[in-house]
Design a protein around this ligand. Structure first.
Ligand code: KIV
Length: 298
């Protein structure tokens, strides 16, 4: 795979933090989107388990499998040249054991072409973080709202997609616990940390205390970088989430496009003369003759 001279690596992300340069990260689940994100010089392109609720129509991130992630990761891998390509370890791919974690992290790298993997949680996953790091695979942590373990109450019995705005780090004890978990993950070897739905104040303390980059989603303005779900960014989802910003209204635009197409087909306005190819008139006449000769002149 050809890369670009300004290829983003785990160490270039860390030096961005040291230089005070903000990191941009987006989810991608398919080839054309990843091509555009890479061309736009997004630093980290992330195949998240949010593929389940955003693309596959699942009601919960707990339904996402290793095969789902690998399928979408391979498509994104074919597109990405410059960005750091990060992949999610889905639910039950790392929780059961350290062995499962290392094996599945290895599959994302070997079979999917990931350059790093992300997992959710603090204390309970420290052995997994250490073992994946020891195997030579860069690991990213994820604290705050962790959809894989908190999914049941939010997704399974609901028609809603996406996260419910339940912020962590509102009180001093909770914020202190978050800082401690973040420090423990850093000690265990994560090279970056995602903070989801955390108060701006608590996220700022975590960002200042950690040497590794802290990337926020609904975690305020002081993180070292920001991550958004692609479909929220382009306005493809119909929900207005507090943690997201739609930079365009793709949903409205696509609905108008699909409706216009259907109307033109129904009214015979598509295809037009510009969309067709022709037979030479003499060949067309010959066709009539051939069909008559076949006794099929009906
Ligand atoms: O799966 C995902 O998209 C995520 C982001 C919220 C960071 O974990």
């Amino acid at each position: 795979m050809a890369t670009t001279p300004d290829k983003i690596t785990a160490s270039s992300l860390q030096s961005k933090k040291q230089r005070g340069h903000k990191i941009s990260m987006l989810t991608a689940y398919d080839y054309p989107t990843a091509i555009l994100q890479d061309a736009a010089k997004i630093d980290v392109i992330f195949v998240g388990d949010s593929v389940g609720t955003n693309v596959l129509g699942y009601r919960s991130p707990q339904q996402v499998t290793m095969d789902d992630i690998l399928h979408h990761l391979r498509a994104v891998r074919r597109a990405v040249r410059r960005a750091f390509l990060l992949a999610d370890l889905p639910f039950m791919s790392y929780q059961p054991s350290v062995e499962a974690a290392v094996k599945n992290a290895g599959r994302l790298v070997q079979e999917g072409g990931a350059e790093g993997v992300k997992l959710e949680g603090g204390e309970p996953v420290l052995p997994q973080v250490r073992a994946i790091g020891a195997a030579g695979i860069p690991v990213v942590g994820h604290l705050g709202f962790t959809p894989q373990s908190q999914a049941r109450e939010y997704y399974l019995f609901s028609d809603r997609r996406g996260t419910v705005p339940k912020f962590q780090g509102k009180g001093p004890r909770g914020a202190k616990a978050l800082v401690e978990q973040a420090l423990r993950l850093e000690d265990a070897g994560v090279f970056a940390l995602v903070l989801e739905l955390v108060t701006e104040e608590a996220a700022q303390v975590v960002t200042e205390r950690l040497e590794i980059p802290v990337i926020g989603i609904g975690a305020g303005r002081h993180c070292d970088g920001q991550v958004l779900i692609n479909h929220d960014l382009v306005g493809l989802n119909d929900e207005d989430l507090v943690l997201a910003k739609a930079y365009g209204q793709t949903r409205r635009a696509w609905l108008d496009i699909f409706t216009a197409y259907r109307q033109e087909v129904e009214e015979g306005r598509f295809p037009t003369a510009d969309n067709v190819a022709h037979m030479d008139p003499d060949k067309r006449a010959k066709l009539d003759e051939l069909l008559k000769g076949n006794g099929q002149g009906r």
